[in-house]
Every structure is written in C-alpha cells, then in structure tokens.
Design a protein around this ligand. Structure first.
Ligand SMILES: Cc1cc2nc3c(=O)[nH]c(=O)nc-3n(C[C@H](O)[C@H](O)[C@H](O)COP(=O)(O)OP(=O)(O)OC[C@H]3O[C@@H](n4cnc5c(N)ncnc54)[C@H](O)[C@@H]3O)c2cc1C
Length: 281
C-alpha cells in the first residue's frame, strides 16, 4: 500500500497545470479519493502529480436555465448549493449519495466525472439531465455532451492533456421532474445499482423520459429501450421487461438486473411526482 515514487507540483494556474500535463506520465489530482488509492495499489503509477486544488474552479452558478459547476466543487458543496434549486433534483441526490461525509468533503464533481468509474453516482445524474462537459487543453476548449463522454471502465472522452473545467447542467422545465435512487454497497456506499430519471409530464401522460444507470455495466449509460417503454406505457411501464437484455458486467447479473429495475421504478415514480408538484405549483 505504498505508491511508487512520484514528483508533485501544486499548480498555481490553469495554464501551469496544463503545461505540466504535457508530460505523458503526469496525472492531475483533485480530491485524491480515487487516484491515491489506485496509486497505493500501483494500478496507477504517474511519475508526476499535478495538484489542482488551488485553481479557481469551484464556483457553482445557478442560472434560470442552467446550473454551471466548476470541476473542483466538492460533492458536499454541490449538494448544499443545489438545496432548494428546482429542475436539478437528480444531480443533488447523486452528489448526496456519494460515500460518506468525509468522501463528499474531499471528492470533486470533476474528479467523479473524469475518473470514469463504472459505479460513479454523479455520472448517472449528468447523463440523465443531459449535461455538457467543458474540456480545456493548452490549444483551447471543447464541449462534450455527457452522452458521448463515458466510453468504458475508467475510460472517457477526456484526453491525457485535457482538464475537465466545468459541467453545465440544464434545469428541467416546470412540467418535468428528476430523481436519483440507488441501492448501495453497505461498506463503501458505491451503488450496486443506481438510476437517475428525468421525466416530462403532460397531465397523466409521459411526454419525455431519460434514464441513466450506474454501478452495473462497464460504464454509466442511458437506457433508450426503457425510456421508450415509459413514454409508450407511462409510469406503470414494465421496467423489468424493458431491461431484460441488459447485461451487467458482474457475476451476479440477475440480481443486479433486478436491482436496476427496482431503482429505475423508484426514481421514475419520484421524478413523476415532482413533475406533478411543479406543474401544479
Ligand atoms: C471510501 C470511499 C468511498 C467512496 N464512495 C463513493 C460512492 O459511493 N460513489 C461514488 O460515486 N464515488 C465514491 N467514491 C469515489 C469518490 O467519489 C472520488 O473522490 C471521486 O470519484 C473522484 O473525485 P476526486 O476529486 O477524489 O478525484 P481524484 O481521485 O483526484 O482523481 C480521479 C481521476 O480523475 C482525474 N481528474 C480529477 N479531476 C480532474 C479534472 N478536473 N480534469 C481531468 N481529470 C481529472 C485524475 O487525474 C484521476 O485520474 C468513494 C471513494 C472512497 C475513498
């Protein structure tokens, strides 16, 4: 449990961090709650750690249409800042679901997204809410839709010499609601199955639905088949049937698939109720 030798710099500016990351053996560190354990087991062996903590990237701005969150905002800061903010309930609930308070005080939203952990809570929220991720390199910035970001286990669209600097999350309109529900591993708090759902409502009909799961497959992902079933059959849709072909990447696949149906149905019901409360408000 002792990491391989490495050099360390505490970057004073984004430019300095990006210059240091030009070294292909360098790695950024934010909260360190995923990277440091991986270094201790030598799964990760960066020769240079570029500490991001002094960068001015923790601002959370609540706009009328969008919430923008600096990559270094911690999960705890996110869940507190979003208390009482309508249209982003799923994201707040994802942030509040991460680990325990110590983990939420250190772990960052940006680290949680960038790490590409197949069981990241926050990934489900950014996928379901249709967030856009701002990636910065020395040459400039690019925006990537959350839908295109998570590629596989610990593999994302992020390049070695890029940093995730900001996450923009659209707020759902008044006739829509969102929620996140997970069944967690008792020891770590990581989701065995987690689901973030966004549902648009028109009276008793479902107008739109986005469902993202985490904890079961190689990467957090949307479930277009289940989304279509909910739009077609309403909130009572047979979720278990709609996800029958889902293949969890675990050796308890039937159990995980069952959990997925349970958490999706719960989150859907909660999102639906929220959409109703908001349209009646
Ligand atoms: C005991 C424990 C329990 C946990 N439970 C949960 C849980 O229930 N749910 C959950 O989702 N997570 C859980 N985690 C993980 C925790 O949320 C991590 O802190 C988080 O996933 C990573 O954020 P970080 O800021 O610590 O990233 P770091 O560990 O600093 O970095 C992780 C990776 O992301 C890269 N990175 C970090 N920030 C950026 C950036 N801005 N741009 C580009 N790359 C970047 C790093 O280079 C590294 O490769 C747990 C961790 C621990 C130790």
């Amino acid at each position: 449990v002792i990491p391989a030798a490495f050099a360390y710099i505490r970057a004073g500016s984004l430019d300095e961090a990006l210059r240091a990351l030009a070294d292909p053996e360098a790695k950024a560190v934010a909260g360190g709650h995923s990277l440091i354990p991986a270094m201790k087991t030598r799964i990760a062996r960066p020769s240079l750690l570029v500490d991001l903590r002094d960068l001015d990237l923790r601002t959370i701005t609540v706009g009328d249409e969008t919430v923008t969150i600096g990559a270094l905002a911690t999960y705890d800061e996110v869940s507190r800042a979003l208390a009482g903010v309508s249209g982003v309930d799923a994201l707040r609930e994802c942030a509040a679901s991460v680990g325990d308070l110590q983990v939420r005080n250190a772990g960052t939203l940006g680290g949680g997204v960038a790490h590409g952990d197949p069981a990241s809570d926050i990934a489900a929220g950014v996928l379901a809410l249709g967030a856009s991720l701002e990636l910065q390199a020395a040459e400039g910035t690019r925006s990537v839709a959350a839908d295109d970001f998570f590629l596989g286990p610990f593999t994302t669209e992020l390049r070695q010499q890029e940093l995730l600097v900001e996450v923009s999350v659209p707020r759902t309109g008044p006739a829509a609601g969102s929620a996140y529900t997970a069944v967690e591993d008792a020891a770590s708090g990581y989701p065995l199955a987690g689901a973030a759902v966004v549902v648009g409502r028109e009276g008793d009909a479902v107008r739109s639905c986005r469902i993202a799961i985490t904890g079961l497959t190689g990467a957090p992902q949307r479930l277009p088949g289940a989304e279509a079933a909910v739009v077609r059959d309403g909130v009572g849709a047979d979720i278990a049937a709609a996800i029958a072909d889902l293949e969890p990447a675990t050796d308890d696949a039937d159990y995980r698939r069952h959990l997925a149906a349970v958490v999706i149905a719960r989150a859907l019901r909660q999102a639906w109720e929220r959409a109703g409360e908001r349209s009646n408000a």
